[in-house]
Design a protein around this ligand. Structure first.
Ligand code: FES
Length: 82
């Protein structure tokens, strides 16, 4: 979420600053990359049930920690957000 905001990615707002209260950082992880990201925590998974247009590959970007081994992972923003 912080990296997306720094890059002015449309649709990633991060209104709560990453405390999992706003859901304005919802993204989709490319299916081929989902295993690299790993599964959401139970709390994140429960919250994702409340986002519009949730999918199997939905994640909250504020819960994804940027690491070197994630280089090249592709994310997309739900159309209604962007
Ligand atoms: S920034 Fe608010 S839930 Fe992710």
């Amino acid at each position: 979420m912080l990296a997306a905001r720094a890059a002015d990615v449309p649709g990633i707002i991060g209104e709560c600053g990453g405390s999992m209260n706003c859901l304005t950082c919802h993204c989709y992880v490319a299916p081929a990359d989902i295993a690299r990201i790993g599964p959401p925590t139970q709390i994140e998974s429960d919250l994702l049930d409340g986002v519009i247009e949730a999918r199997e590959n939905s994640r909250l970007t504020c819960q994804i920690v940027v690491r070197a081994d994630l280089d090249g992972v592709t994310f997309s923003v739900p159309q209604w957000q962007g």
